[in-house]
Design a protein around this ligand. Structure first.
Ligand code: KG4
Ligand code: ZN
Length: 335
């Protein structure tokens, strides 16, 4: 089945065509980062307007790259939540209108299911069951995955998501939006032995996370050095490194615990923060003593993209699922 996937939940317009027999045929991504960067975060109205401008041209683009006509598409998947309501509406309206016109099924897909299944797009995908660590700007969750749609939440952040904490620390350090990659870049030159940041919630039993205390600890450290206008470039790098190490360690400790608790031997990491190089480099070796293998998506499939929505939608459409007559968008939607 050849499925067109449309992702417009936040600040990237992503479109892709996934064929359940031949794999990914074409994809295109347009990032709105430059539009929002001046505001230090995503401006919802500007996001919706830009999705309106970009979605149809990107669909034309992927069709021509795949050498296909719109009539060759057999199903349409679009992100129906969670996300910004105006932004979600654009992808949903385009997707559902096209499906209606072509007489093919459409299906709203959960954005986090897209992230969760993104590692399945790699040449050597993991086999289910596995434990998934979903780490994005809005979510930090550990999920037991038994099959498509068979998900059990093992633990999640009780406050900020890991990516949100990266973004807030970046703001404190006067680094550009979105902050994660910039904090990671500064951390590369940071001294890992200068500060010892706490590893939140690791001494409590269970699989929940909390990153807001770590954010406050970062601010207090910054203030103890005289504030952002007084500190040196090296101070910024050292703080970034201490923060990143604390997040990475905390995620690893909870992943280890989740594998021990479930008895599973495969860990799959996904979402924007899984692009973090230190996390990618540390997780495999840390879990190897448990006999566990670690999978993560190629960097391009860690952050938002159309391919993951096309893939997740294709699995469900192939199984016969499709939208009912009413449009059902969910800005907040637990997986
Ligand atoms: O999955 P995503 O693209 O969007 C959401 O669904 O939230 O994730 C975006 C988040 C942002 O918070 C961004 O700062 C973070 O992922 N991120 C990173 C890195 N690249 C993106 N965080 C740490 N290190 C990175 N290299
Ligand atoms: Zn996302």
């Amino acid at each position: 089945m050849r499925v067109l996937g449309i992702e417009t939940s936040c600040d990237e317009t992503g479109v892709a065509i996934y064929d359940t027999e031949a794999g990914l045929l074409a994809e295109a991504l347009y990032s709105q980062i430059d539009i929002h960067a001046v505001y230090g975060g995503v401006v919802p109205e500007l996001a919706s307007r830009d999705h309106v401008r970009k979605t149809l041209p990107l669909i034309h683009d992927v069709l021509s790259r795949a050498g296909l006509e719109i009539h060759d598409i057999e199903g349409i998947a679009y992100t129906s939540g969670p996300g910004l309501i105006g932004a979600l509406m654009v992808g949903a309206l385009v997707g559902r209108s096209l499906a209606e016109t072509l007489g093919i099924p459409a299906l709203g897909v959960h954005h986090m299911e897209g992230h969760l299944l993104a590692p399945m797009l790699s040449d050597e995908p993991p086999t289910m069951p596995f434990v998934a660590l979903l780490v994005s700007g809005g979510h930090t969750q550990l999920i037991e995955v038994q099959g498509i749609g068979d998900y059990t939440l093992l633990g999640e952040s009780v406050d900020d998501a890991a990516g949100e904490a990266f973004d807030k620390v970046a703001k404190m350090l006067y680094l550009p939006y979105p902050g994660g990659p910039h904090v990671a870049k500064k951390a590369e030159s940071g001294n890992p032995d200068r500060f010892d940041f706490p590893r939140p919630m690791v001494n409590k039993p269970g699989l929940n996370f909390s990153f807001s205390g770590l954010k406050t600890y970062t601010l207090t450290t910054l203030q103890s050095l005289g504030g952002i206008h007084e500190i040196s470039e090296q101070d910024v790098c050292d703080i970034a490194r201490a923060f990143e190490d604390a997040v990475v360690d905390t995620l690893i400790i909870k992943c280890r615990r989740a594998l021990e608790q479930t008895g599973l031997k495969t860990l799959v990491m996904a979402g924007g923060v899984s692009a973090n190089q230190r996390l990618r480099a540390s997780l495999g070796p840390a879990l190897a003593p448990l006999g566990a293998s670690v999978y993560y998506p190629a960097p391009a499939y860690c952050t938002d993209n159309g391919a993951m929505i096309a893939y997740a939608g294709a699995q469900r459409l192939l199984a016969g699922e499709q939208d009912g007559p009413l449009m059902d968008l969910r800005p907040r939607w637990p997986l």
